[in-house]
Write a protein that binds this ligand. Structure first.
Ligand SMILES: NC(=O)C1=CN([C@@H]2O[C@H](COP(=O)(O)OP(=O)(O)OC[C@H]3O[C@@H](n4cnc5c(N)ncnc54)[C@H](O)[C@@H]3O)[C@@H](O)[C@H]2O)C=CC1
Ligand SMILES: O=C(O)[C@@H]1CCC=N1
Length: 288
């Protein structure tokens, strides 16, 4: 039975993240396709979502808000202002608004949705990630004061359909974005490089890919299930004078750890910047 009974969920923006969430929600049987809707200005995206998932679609964001109880803002941060300004009259206190947009603060969304400050609009800001497509995502959530405990529970249920959830104070959501929001791209780059390395050493691409993927998956599973410190698990692989320590020496020389820390720091800073731009309505170089 669908977990989110009697709830209609509408996605504004039918891109990658909306697709990942729709697929996860349906695969987990948390909700029926007839209770899902997406709006987008790109007709091809709507056709794809309609065909692939049998959900309802519209090009009209106001219609989407009117017809749904939970509104998920799944547009780029740069589009949040225009979208919210276009739907604020349709958003009332009964709607729960959930944003997945990187960087955009809750209070900025609240002001856009409630310019007269005459209603209590509940906003949950979240940061999911694309492994949601295979229900292995992780989402951090932070809610405004206007969100009831039961609505926050509903938000958790939605993201539990696509993986794990954690609550964080809003101030930490930019760091979450730099780590787990962007993180899949870092890991895919590592996977691609390891697979190339195997090919360089003479393995076929298929074998190299299979070995790489299972090594990454298995290592994450071992770290998660054992609860042991990654340094300890690393030491278990390193025989004295053996192969692994020779490989690790090169990773240290290449600054792997510093590089990853710098990457998370840069992505976090960018999330903060996107939020600032969204608030000031400056697009700057944000042409994404
Ligand atoms: N892709 C990812 O890994 C993650 C993305 N996010 C956040 O999710 C949000 C969406 O990202 P993606 O899905 O990757 O982007 P995307 O570009 O794939 O999707 C955005 C969609 O919004 C549509 N759109 C633009 N303006 C619109 C409007 N006024 N009304 C209706 N639809 C409109 C676009 O046509 C597009 O289909 C962003 O804010 C991003 O920060 C969060 C976590 C992970
Ligand atoms: O790159 C981005 O801006 C989005 C947010 C987190 C992952 N993708």
């Amino acid at each position: 039975m669908a977990v989110l009974t009697n709830k209609r969920i509408g996605f504004i923006g039918g891109g990658n993240m909306a697709e990942a969430m729709i697929k996860g929600l349906l695969s987990a049987s948390f909700i029926e396709a007839k209770s899902l809707m997406a709006s987008d200005m790109v007709g091809e995206r709507l056709e794809f979502l309609k065909h692939e998932f049998k959900i309802k679609t519209t090009t009209d964001n106001q219609e989407l808000v009117q017809k749904n109880d939970i509104i998920i803002l799944a547009v780029k941060p740069q589009a949040v202002k225009a979208v919210c300004s276009g739907i604020h009259e349709q958003v009332d206190e009964k709607k729960l608004v959930i944003s997945v947009a990187a960087g955009v603060p809750i209070h900025a969304i609240e002001i856009l949705l409630n310019p007269e400050a005459d209603k209590k609009v509940g906003v949950v800001r979240t940061m999911p990630n694309t492994p949601a497509l295979v229900q292995a995502g992780v989402t951090a959530l932070s809610a405004s004061d206007h969100v009831s405990k039961s609505d926050l529970k509903v938000a958790h249920r939605i993201f539990e359909a696509i993986g794990r959830t954690v609550d964080v104070p809003e101030a930490q959501l930019d760091a979450v974005t730099g780590l787990s929001g962007s993180g899949p791209a870092y890991i895919f780059m590592i996977i691609e490089a390891l697979s190339d390395a195997g090919v360089k050493m003479g393995l076929s691409r298929d074998v190299s890919n299979a070995l790489t993927l299972q090594t990454v998956l298995g290592s994450a599973k071992l770290a998660q299930e054992s609860g042991r410190h990654p340094g300890e698990l690393k030491d278990m692989v390193c025989s004295p004078g053996g192969t692994t320590i020779s490989g690790l020496h090169w990773l240290e020389k290449g600054g792997l750890r510093t590089t990853l820390i710098n990457a998370v720091e840069a992505a976090t800073q960018r999330s903060i910047e996107l939020g600032r731009n969204a608030e000031n309505n400056q697009n700057g170089n944000d042409s994404q």
